[in-house]
Design a binder for this molecule. Structure first.
Ligand SMILES: Cc1cc2nc3c(=O)[nH]c(=O)nc-3n(C[C@H](O)[C@H](O)[C@H](O)COP(=O)(O)OP(=O)(O)OC[C@H]3O[C@@H](n4cnc5c(N)ncnc54)[C@H](O)[C@@H]3O)c2cc1C
Length: 414
């Protein structure tokens, strides 16, 4: 398969762009693989890619019940940052950030990673203290972060109303944070994994996990039984459903999380602004849409939509902070199902069943972790033991009590 380059762009331009090869194959499943990855979102595809690239695992398949990147990967608002409070989280997300910084080159696919900065507003004295504490913790962990005064906030975001019902007393700012193109992340990893021989099998739901004497044997799927000594599950909001197939109960709740975008506007906002207190955040996509999100809907469920009152309160907060947007029309709204763990941290872990691994619990904030998550999960699956970076995120922390409480500590949910 040819590399994407200026030369290939010109060559294909000369043939009216009608001869581009398919970005990845569409193979029928083999009867047996060394590793089957369940879930073709960004995390699953990244896992498969690093398994093949870094660990030389030869026979890897990604089984996706729908289409590649059609889950939360395609539904998220793409905020990328690594300024989490606790050492364990900030080191994991910082690994991801470092991979993001070279990802387009690594994958030979433009993931449109734009380090336009992420701002977390502080509205109360307690917010100010918490935010400054987090910035300090970030710096100790080698993660960039700075405190902005209200005047500095206004300089970066001139249209913000500092004296609204939610007065802005300052903000944290991570300049290396930003956004990326969600589909491109899935497609880039799919194409790069395919080049390394990974079979990506779409429209192939996993319906059962066969095991014997505490060891995985393979998976039942919509396309028949597939044998595999190792099964790595990366199914976001449906992780509990798959765990149930293996008789495991995960400490997760699946909630709807919504987002919405406006009609396209001329460039008006060139950073990401988030507010924990009002539970709203906003950025502007490269197409010009305002991308707006909120917190989770409080009920559990698997329907990929949310309730209206949440959109209403989010937009009310956005308009309060940005009166300039009060006449902007919203174009689309959607929901995804996020897998929320009790400490708002992921589970990247071996399980009591030999050969069965889970990577889940990313909740509302896993997109930013995609490269790092795939990287540490591939290590865990290949070595049957966690990497130093994901060892604290094992399932056993819910038995030992070594939780990493990022709830409320890491600014807004994302
Ligand atoms: C509205 C919204 C906004 C968000 N905003 C942000 C943000 O700004 N920043 C951020 O970092 N994170 C954000 N997130 C969270 C982020 O989207 C997720 O944490 C991340 O995308 C999870 O990636 P994934 O690859 O694990 O999941 P997914 O992309 O959901 O992939 C899992 C895949 O598993 C497949 N699957 C499920 N069951 C089966 C089965 N039985 N057999 C085969 N395949 C199966 C699904 O079809 C799906 O494609 C947001 C989420 C939502 C919903």
């Amino acid at each position: 398969m040819s590399r994407y380059s200026l030369f290939s762009l010109i060559r294909n331009g000369l043939s009216n762009h009608e001869r581009w090869p398919r970005a990845w194959r569409s193979p029928e499943p083999q009867p047996e693989y060394d590793v089957v990855v369940v879930g073709g979102g960004g995390h699953g595809l990244a896992t498969a890619y690093y398994l093949a690239k870094e660990h030389g695992v030869k026979r890897v398949a990604v089984l996706e019940k729908g289409w590649v990147g059609g889950g939360n990967t395609a539904r998220n608002t793409t905020i990328v940052r690594s300024n989490y409070l606790w050492d364990e989280s900030s080191q994991l997300y910082e690994k991801a950030m470092q991979l993001w910084e070279g990802l387009s080159q690594t994958l030979n696919y433009n993931v449109m990673f734009s380090q336009r900065g992420v701002m977390n507003l502080a509205h109360t004295l307690q917010d100010v203290r918490d935010t400054q504490r987090r910035i300090s913790a970030n710096r100790y962990n080698g993660v960039d972060g700075e405190w902005l005064t209200p005047a500095q906030v206004k300089e970066i975001v001139p249209y913000i109303n500092l004296d609204c019902r939610y007065p802005v007393l300052g903000a944290s700012f991570q300049r290396r944070g930003g956004v990326a193109r969600h589909d491109a992340v899935a497609w880039g990893y799919a194409r790069a994994a395919d080049r390394l021989g990974v079979d990506i099998i779409e429209n192939c739901p996993v319906t059962g996990i066969r095991r014997e004497d505490g060891q995985v044997l393979g998976v039942e799927t919509g396309k028949g039984y597939i044998k595999a000594a190792k099964v790595a599950v990366v199914a976001a909001g449906h992780s509990s459903v798959i765990a149930d197939m293996a008789g495991i109960r995960l400490p997760l709740e699946s909630h709807p999380l919504q987002a919405l975008v406006s009609e396209p506007l001329k460039p008006v906002l060139d950073t990401v602004v988030m507010s924990n207190a009002v539970h709203a955040y906003i950025s502007q996509s490269d197409k010009g849409d305002l991308v707006i999100g909120a917190g989770i809907d409080q009920y559990v469920g698997y329907a990929q939509r949310g309730s209206f009152h949440l959109i209403e309160s989010t937009l009310q907060a956005i308009v309060e902070m940005f009166p300039i947007f009060s006449r902007v029309r919203m174009n689309r709204q959607w929901g995804g199902i996020v897998d929320v763990s009790p400490d708002a941290c992921p589970i990247i872990s071996t399980t009591p069943i030999k050969g069965l691994y889970f990577n889940c619990g990313w909740g509302t904030g896993g997109f930013k972790a995609t490269p790092g998550s795939g990287w540490v999960f591939a290590y865990t699956v290949a070595n049957n033991a966690p990497h130093r970076l994901n060892a604290p995120f094992s399932l056993t922390r819910f038995e030992t009590g070594h939780l990493i409480d990022e709830h409320g500590a890491a600014a807004v949910a994302h």
